[in-house]
Design a protein around this ligand. Structure first.
Ligand code: COA
Length: 340
């Protein structure tokens, strides 16, 4: 699916917030749990540590709410003015009610409606496009888009091929109408033919929870890493080149690449194809690992001080589904004013 919205009002990111749990899970910690080593993890993935939500009473809705609260406080925004909340997640607190409903209550957004969006690691980008459509059509004035995942809840800490990859976090952005800046173009893809490469087999309507599904550890994420890697390298680079060509952008025109943080080698290959130097690539995988729907808003939060009005950003993701995409966004405010 491709969209280009030249005649409509833009949907711009006008505020941001994020949440990271305190607990760090380092590569050295993982050496004590599975047969792995720091050198292997760093060279194959770029990851050094991840954050883990270590409180049995808290989950994705808590982290998403914390990210929203930070956004409200930093930008002096009244939660009652929010029209819509979209939470991108594959680790909702429960199947229903939606995480968006739990967040709506916890942040006091009494005038908002909301829903969850499940597109694995592409969740935030798909949610951003959805949220932007409500702004562009005039159906909403303030949309909160949150990417939040408690990956530790579905990670098998007996499987060394996946447990080294994931961490927990949340990032939130506010979308509002803007005359000039905002989401300029999006290109999204889904390919269910490869659904089996990255999946959570049990707990849904096909394999409801049973003693057998638990015994077989089917409530944990499964990934066939090598083919996913191959699809991700070509998918992410191709879609970024596609969005650059559609918008007549060269590497010189792009101020920042904001890539999903699954593997540093995938990010490097994408930046190379786009002709970008490393200083234009937002990279924090070494500190947080793969936080699924949270990686892109976490990057934006980390780089907030460097973002200036008019900067050209290419956001890109790849994940289970398979799902992937890129968005071309022009930045709307001076991030340095809100960085602390
Ligand atoms: N520590 C040490 N060795 C490990 C290991 C670990 N944590 N995990 C796997 N290995 C071993 C394998 O058993 C294999 O050994 P063998 O050659 O004796 O069979 C060897 O390392 C290579 O495994 P492989 O799976 O080919 O490694 P890789 O280079 O593909 O890296 C990933 C694995 C998961 C890091 C990589 O495939 C990847 O990043 N995949 C894509 C992730 C992604 O983009 N997901 C989509 C979004 S979530």
């Amino acid at each position: 699916m491709s969209t280009s919205s030249s005649s409509q009002p833009r949907a711009a990111i006008t505020a941001m917030g994020h949440f990271l749990p305190e607990k760090r899970l380092t590569n050295a910690d993982l050496e004590q749990i599975v047969d792995t080593d720091d050198e292997w993890i760093r060279t194959r993935t770029g990851i050094e540590e991840r954050r883990i939500l270590d409180d049995p009473d808290k989950a994705t809705a808590y982290m998403a709410s914390q990210a929203a609260e930070e956004l409200f406080q930093k930008h002096d925004i009244d939660p009652a003015t929010i029209d819509l909340i979209i939470v991108a997640t594959i680790t909702p607190d429960m199947e229903f009610p939606s995480t968006a409903c739990l967040v709506q209550d916890s942040i006091g957004a009494q005038n908002a409606w909301g829903f969850d969006l499940a597109a694995a690691c592409s969740g935030f980008l798909f949610a951003l496009t959805n949220g932007a459509s409500f702004i562009e059509s005039g159906r909403a004035k303030r949309v909160l888009v949150i990417g939040a995942d408690t990956m530790s809840a579905i990670t098998d800490y007996e499987d060394r091929s996946t447990c080294i990859l994931f961490g927990d976090a949340a990032g939130a952005v506010l979308l509002e109408p803007h005359d000039t800046y905002g989401l300029q173009d999006t290109v999204h893809y889904s390919d269910g033919a490869h659904a089996d490469l990255l999946t959570l087999p049990a707990g849904g309507s096909l394999n409801p929870a049973s003693h057998e599904t638990v015994d077989q550890r089917l409530h944990y994420l499964k990934q066939d890493g090598r083919p996913v890697f191959r699809h991700a390298v070509t998918g992410m680079a191709d879609v970024c080149v596609e969005i650059m060509e559609r918008n007549d952008l060269t590497g010189d025109d792009v101020d920042f690449l904001v890539p999903h943080q699954a593997n540093k080698r995938i990010i490097d290959a994408t930046a190379n194809r786009m002709g970008l130097s490393s200083d234009k690539v937002m990279l924090n995988i070494h500190r947080y690992g793969n936080t699924t729907a949270a990686t892109v808003p976490l990057c934006l939060n980390d780089w907030q001080a460097e973002l200036k009005p008019g900067h050209n950003l290419v956001l890109t993701t790849f994940g289970g589904g398979l799902t992937w995409g890129a968005s071309y966004l022009t930045w709307a405010y001076d991030g340095a004013e809100y960085d602390s």
